[in-house]
Design a protein around this ligand. Structure first.
Ligand code: MUC
Ligand code: MG
Length: 367
């Protein structure tokens, strides 16, 4: 079997509910659909969400790197020789989302060729994941209303609150209002997207003590190594590395230097192959993992649930799987259903994302 071509199709779908957070905001999903074609007529696909404020990649850079840099060196390789494709991609530094998307498309292709669901090829642990929903910047009462609505409509009982605002009192108030309004049984955790200094994060932890918050993600820039290590040592809850740990090397550096003591795995930036390496590292070290969301479409969310449900450690906690609900539409032909707060894997060959051709024609921006 040989790879005969790689397409990177830019498209744009507006958000009906834009998400704001400390490092940026999304109004439109200006993503890239990557399709890998073969001489046997089988195609693998995956979705790339550019996040310039997180990794420096844009829609244009992802399309370019996939089509102009990777494709010429990858065409002709057997798609099952994944390590050879990775050797090509390793010759270009960074560009994690472009690389992760190619990797997921290769796994999709492998599953479709073998006639097996990829969640089984990866590990086959379970068939669904509990859903955690991300709440963006909003006044405290609106956050509570949104969380209550997601609880009622979808049965979601875990929320990640975006924080990192100044004055700190905005987020401290939001934590108190959410806990009071949602009661003690709902899981609440925080993600500051590097919005604060480590000392500011410490103040927030002190002023939210007793609220039962479970995790604090990227409180400050991991490059502020000394103050971040001090925060990790003093924090009563795990400090999660997210954008600081896109690769297994980054994860080991941050864990070993005390920059975090839990890891957020995101398939959009690590693919399934590097996500497996990161998971192995965390399992070996006894470090908790979460399955994160890169503000993914339904195509991207299916990839996350495929990886998350495949392994025991990634399916212990709720995965961040539901922010596609903030979009006005999607490319996925059969929409994802959230029932009783859970999303199921698809028991079809591959990752299970079939694209609606009419929608792709409508939303693609290259024609
Ligand atoms: C997250 O967990 O940080 C926000 C920016 C990004 O790259 O991902 C999201 C969610
Ligand atoms: Mg995060």
């Amino acid at each position: 079997m040989k790879i005969t071509g790689i397409e990177a199709i830019p498209y744009a779908i507006p958000y009906s509910h834009p998400l704001k957070f400390a490092s940026g905001a999304v109004e439109t999903a200006d993503h890239v659909l990557v399709r890998i074609h073969t001489d046997e007529g089988i195609t693998g696909l995956a979705d790339a969400p550019p996040r310039p404020y997180t990794y420096g990649e844009t829609q244009v850079s992802i399309k370019n790197i996939v089509e102009e840099v990777f494709a010429p060196q990858v065409i002709g390789l057997d798609p099952f020789d994944r390590e050879k494709v990775h050797a090509v991609m390793r010759r270009t530094i960074n560009n994690q989302v472009a690389k992760g998307t190619v990797d997921i498309a290769l796994w999709d292709l492998a599953g479709r060729t073998l006639g097996r669901p990829v969640h089984q090829l990866l590990g086959g642990w379970t068939d669904s994941m509990r859903v955690s929903h991300m709440l963006g910047f909003k006044p405290a009462q609106e956050l509570l209303d949104e969380a209550l609505r997601f609880g009622e409509e979808y049965g979601i009982t875990t929320f990640k609150l975006k924080i990192g605002r100044r004055p700190l009192s905005l987020d401290i108030e939001a934590c108190h209002v959410l806990r009071e309004g949602l009661g003690p049984d709902v899981e609440l955790y925080l993600d500051a997207n590097r919005g604060w200094t480590a000392n500011e994060a410490m103040q927030v932890l002190q002023q939210t003590e007793g609220l039962g918050l479970t995790l604090l993600e990227e409180p400050c820039d991991a490059k502020e190594a000394m103050s971040r290590r001090r925060l990790v040592e003093k924090s009563p809850i795990p400090v999660v590395g997210d954008e600081s740990v896109p690769t297994a090397g980054d994860a080991s550096r941050e864990l070993l230097s005390g920059g975090c003591n839990a890891i957020c795995i995101k398939t959009a930036r690590s693919g399934f192959t590097e996500a497996t390496e990161i998971l192995g590292l965390c399992t070996g070290l006894g470090v908790d993992v979460t399955m994160g969301n890169q503000i993914d479409t339904q195509v991207g969310s299916l990839a996350t649930v495929t990886f998350g449900a495949a392994h025991e450690a990634t399916s212990r906690r709720a995965g961040e799987l539901s922010n596609f609900l903030d979009m006005s539409d999607d490319l996925l032909a059969e929409p994802i259903a959230i029932a009783d707060g859970r999303i199921s894997v698809r028991d079809v060959p591959g990752v299970g994302a079939e694209i609606d051709g009419e929608k792709l024609s409508r939303y693609r921006t290259d024609r």
